[in-house]
Write a protein that binds this ligand. Structure first.
Ligand SMILES: Nc1ncnc2c1ncn2[C@@H]1O[C@H](COP(=O)(O)OS(=O)(=O)O)[C@@H](OP(=O)(O)O)[C@H]1O
Ligand SMILES: Nc1ncnc2c1ncn2[C@@H]1O[C@H](COP(=O)(O)OP(=O)(O)O)[C@@H](O)[C@H]1O
Length: 195
């Protein structure tokens, strides 16, 4: 049974970038990792869901159930969703023993990155036809994680540093929960990210 790990973090914080880096690292080190990315599964498994609190909690619950259903086939399954509510995070932790990694980033930096144009739209004046009224962290709830198992602040670190922290965490998790399995140190050479 592989470890299920949950991410939390605002849009643009770096959940997908870090996960992709982890997948590359895993492929290079014979560690099987499956990425369950909220943004992607909203096109399939969760395409009936919107962004109300109830729908976001349902979304995260479905991703958790899916991750659990495939966890025997991988060393790690990463749920990379915004996952904005403590209630949803606690549920994944209790049900699947899934540690929480907070991919943190200042709002100011997110607004300047704005890779998908969502922050620009959320900052439009009321009444504008393109305005988004429920963008997490800007005009919708993001509960501050009360007890994350790891915080990776992408405001101040580049992707390589973020990856090193995540790999160290996975390594520790393997040692704690399955002493026989050890994970090699990172040999990551990707140039993506800032800094
Ligand atoms: N209003 C609003 N708030 C937040 N996010 C929005 C919104 N509208 C669209 N998007 C896009 O949906 C992606 C978030 O999906 P998640 O499944 O991760 O969200 S959640 O965990 O259910 O809150 C998120 O993907 P990421 O940018 O990868 O985080 C956005 O691209
Ligand atoms: N340390 C870092 N870790 C991850 N992404 C970073 C980092 N520093 C800068 N970035 C950039 O931030 C953006 C994050 O986008 P993305 O990974 O799609 O975020 P999310 O999946 O959380 O919405 C990318 O353009 C990425 O290059």
């Amino acid at each position: 049974m592989g470890h299920i790990i949950q991410f939390t973090g605002l849009s643009g914080a770096g959940k997908t970038t870090l996960s992709t880096a982890l997948l590359e690292w895993g492929a290079a080190n014979n560690i099987s990792i499956k990425l369950v990315d909220g943004d992607v599964y909203r096109q399939t498994l969760c395409k009936d869901l919107g962004f109300s609190k109830a729908d976001r909690l349902e979304n995260v619950a479905r991703l958790g159930a899916y991750a659990a259903s495939i966890a025997t086939s991988y060393d790690f399954v990463i749920i990379a969703a915004i996952n904005p509510y403590e209630e949803g995070r606690r549920q994944l932790k209790e049900q699947y023993n899934a540690p929480l990694i907070w991919i943190q980033c200042d709002l100011e930096t997110l607004i300047s990155r704005d890779t998908k144009g969502l922050y620009r739209r959320a900052l439009l004046p009321d009444g504008h036809p393109e305005k988004i009224h429920n963008l997490t962290g800007l005009n919708d709830t993001f509960d501050t994680p009360a007890s994350p198992d790891l915080i990776i602040d992408t405001t101040r670190t580049d992707t390589r540093q973020a990856l090193a922290s995540a790999v160290a965490f996975l390594n520790q998790l393997s040692r704690q929960q399955a002493p026989a399995a050890d994970i090699p140190s990172p040999t990551y050479t990707h140039n993506g990210g800032q800094g």
